[in-house]
Write a protein that binds this ligand. Structure first.
Ligand SMILES: *[C@@H]1O[C@H](CO)[C@@H](O)[C@H](O)[C@H]1NC(C)=O
Ligand SMILES: *[C@@H]1O[C@H](CO)[C@@H](O)[C@H](O)[C@H]1NC(C)=O
Ligand SMILES: *[C@@H]1O[C@H](CO)[C@@H](O)[C@H](O)[C@H]1NC(C)=O
Ligand SMILES: *[C@@H]1O[C@H](CO)[C@@H](O)[C@H](O)[C@H]1NC(C)=O
Ligand SMILES: CC(=O)N[C@H]1CO[C@H](CO)[C@@H](O)[C@@H]1O
Length: 587
């Protein structure tokens, strides 16, 4: 049963009074990690791959693949290690004793159009010359009509806890894994199509995804990457004329929309629910096999002969999930459906559905308009992470000794501290604070409380604090700074401001321009606000993909002020119509 974990109820300091403002203070000043780290997540993204880099493909940039027939994936690892569902055919069924079912994608009905492609993924991960995306072949490869050589398309069997309850078998209901691609940097990426038709796990679904949800996934997963948040990636978005019927707001009004397919990538798509289903159905050999595989492939720091390896695995996932959710919070991202099957074992953001970036600061912000209870509100995510990690420990239960199970409990008990420490670091960096002072937590919580009271825009308040000079702050000169204007209407703003300016003035040898520079590198000017996505979607639905492209480009440099973005009003006060916008959750 779902119950709130009160250890973290504040989440992002939903402090209702100043009595709880110290909640953000947990960082021991002796801990070097506490030092304000500027945008280290970008660095860690590339570090992740560094140790896996082998000079296997020693090609120069000009050696990009120009002919799609030369693009090869491999399914060997996946199908040789694991037993495969013996039954074929994309009809819904209960599947046992396997990790994958073979499932052929159902090609989208033409005509097909390329709505968007990510050059960064196409060239930087897939080693493909961007020009190939302009070919007809690409439209077919990237939408399920043709399979890359070496591909044995698979649908993954998993289960999960949905909205607090065990939901049994779920699985890839409209996604197909095409195989793994080893790029010239030696990184292994698993390619997936989403929206590519029915699988044995489609239940009553049609296996399709509509343009609306596909544009959102394409744009947001790429945007998150460039914000420095660990995430799956998107290579391309293909739209079709195939009619797909959806009840957009679950209110009985059905619409005919059109099918689309996103080609997406992750180092692995395994989820907490991948292990849960094996544990729940008593498939212990397979549970061990999958765990060993995930550890060997993705947790290189864990020695596979170690008797405590499952515990070490658990500890890593707990740590990294805490870090991931802290990063979500630092950019105001609400995932929207944090079920255990939407939580990656590699602690990357996956399954972009009814997500949203919080605009007015409000810890109860819920992006899924049907989530009346606010289970997955932005401020509840840390708690939900804890809930999901507890489910992971239960799934691991059968392969842990009693002693290890107790150790797992201790590890989980450490989650709150890790999360709070990370949040503290991230928000200190957002305020440009160096070193550690006793009242830093108070300063942060005080600000958030004022933001909540004045409904100040989360993204732009931090951004404008980065852009404003200390002198302007001191003079309260907020010309053209709409978010700070809102914030400064708070009756305690002057009090906060004096504490902040004093705190900054104690940072010896820190020039104001350096502070601004640091802050601008962690406080984005542009995030994918719902109204921005909605506007691009409306055009995309009429085959005008210019705004998708514009957003994709702008969100690839979220920390850099861009003229086209300014002209489009992406850093301006959201338009009136945005306030009436409902996020459609069916996808
Ligand atoms: C990679 O290519 C460069 C330039 O052609 C060459 O100098 C280098 O030795 C090569 N490295 C390997 C590991 O083959
Ligand atoms: C926890 O995860 C973060 C983010 O990946 C990493 O930087 C850190 O080293 C990890 N800490 C431990 C103790 O493994
Ligand atoms: C939104 O929340 C409602 C209510 O909890 C839930 O039934 C629905 O599945 C959610 N939408 C998505 C896309 O998960
Ligand atoms: C306020 O700041 C702007 C620079 O952003 C400057 O041009 C303007 O002169 C300032 N106004 C006052 C009254 O200081
Ligand atoms: C966006 C997305 O894929 N969300 C999935 C999250 O998990 C639920 C099941 O718990 C799926 O129904 C959603 O499709």
């Amino acid at each position: 049963m779902w119950r709130p974990y009160h250890v973290l109820v504040f989440a992002l300091v939903a402090a209702s009074s100043f009595t709880s403002v110290h909640v953000l203070e947990f960082c021991q000043s002796t801990d070097h990690d506490c030092h304000s780290d500027s945008h280290d997540n970008k660095a860690s993204n590339s570090q992740l791959s560094l140790h896996t880099v082998k000079s296997r493909w020693n090609m120069s940039v000009s050696n990009l693949i120009k002919d799609l027939e030369q693009f090869r994936v491999s399914c060997k690892k996946l199908i040789e290690v694991f037993p495969i569902d013996e039954i074929r055919g994309n009809f819904a069924r209960s599947v046992k004793n396997c990790i994958f079912s073979q499932s052929i994608p159902t090609p989208l009905k033409g005509p097909l159009r390329l709505a968007a492609a990510s050059k960064d993924v196409i060239e930087g991960i897939l080693d493909l010359d961007e020009a190939v995306t302009q070919s007809d072949d690409f439209l077919h490869y990237a939408s399920g009509g043709r399979l890359p050589s070496g591909s044995v398309p698979l649908a993954h069997r998993y289960g999960g806890h949905q909205f607090g309850f065990w939901a049994g078998q779920l699985g890839d209901g409209r996604a197909h894994s095409l195989g793994q691609y080893t790029n010239r940097k030696g990184e292994v990426w698993e390619l997936q199509l989403k929206g590519s038709g029915k699988t044995p796990y489609s239940r009553s679904g049609d296996g399709r995804a509509v343009i609306r949800s596909s544009v959102r996934e394409f744009l947001c997963s790429e945007a998150m990457h460039f914000l420095g948040v660990p995430t799956s990636r998107a290579a391309s978005l293909i739209v079709s004329d195939e009619p797909v019927i959806r009840d957009k707001f679950y209110n009985g009004n059905v619409n005919v929309e059109r099918g689309a397919v996103v080609l997406r990538l992750a180092k692995s798509w395994f989820r907490i629910g991948s292990l849960e289903i094996l544990s729940q159905s008593g498939e212990m050999d397979l549970l061990r096999k999958l765990l060993n595989f995930v550890i060997d492939e993705h947790f290189s720091s864990i020695n596979s002969d170690e008797p405590d390896k499952y515990l070490a695995f658990y500890s890593t996932v707990v740590n990294e999930t805490a870090h991931l959710i802290a990063q979500w919070m630092s950019v105001g991202f609400a995932h929207g459906v944090c079920n255990t099957d939407n939580f990656s074992l590699l602690s990357i953001t996956i399954d972009y559905g009814p997500f949203g970036f919080m605009e007015s600061y409000n810890p109860s912000f819920v992006p899924n308009t049907s989530d009346d209870e606010g289970r997955y509100s932005v401020g509840a995510q840390a708690d939900v992470g804890l809930f999901n990690l507890e489910k992971l420990s239960l799934a691991l239960g059968p392969v842990l000794s009693k002693q290890q199970q107790n150790a797992a409990k201790m590890i989980l008990n450490g989650y709150a501290r890790i999360y709070q420490m990370r949040i503290h670091q991230l928000f200190k960096a957002k305020l440009g604070l160096l070193g550690e002072e006793e009242d830093d937590g108070y300063l942060i919580a005080f600000l958030l409380k004022m933001m909540e009271d004045t409904r100040s825009d989360f993204t732009m308040t931090f951004r404008q604090l980065s852009e404003v000079s200390a002198q302007q702050l001191h003079n309260r000169n907020f010309t053209q700074m709409w978010a700070l204007e809102d914030l400064s209407s708070h009756k305690l703003f002057s009090d906060w401001l004096s504490i902040y300016l004093l705190r900054l003035s104690r940072q010896l040898h820190d020039r104001d321009v350096d502070r601004q520079h640091r802050m601008k590198n962690v406080n984005p000017r542009y995030v994918l606000r719902n109204w921005m996505a909605e506007s691009a979607i409306r055009k995309a639905e009429m085959n005008d993909f210019s705004e998708v492209e514009l957003l994709h480009h702008i969100l690839s440099f979220p920390f850099v002020t861009q003229e086209t973005a300014e002209e489009a009003g992406y850093a301006a006060r959201p338009p009136q119509w945005a306030q009436r916008l409902k996020v459609s959750c069916s996808s």
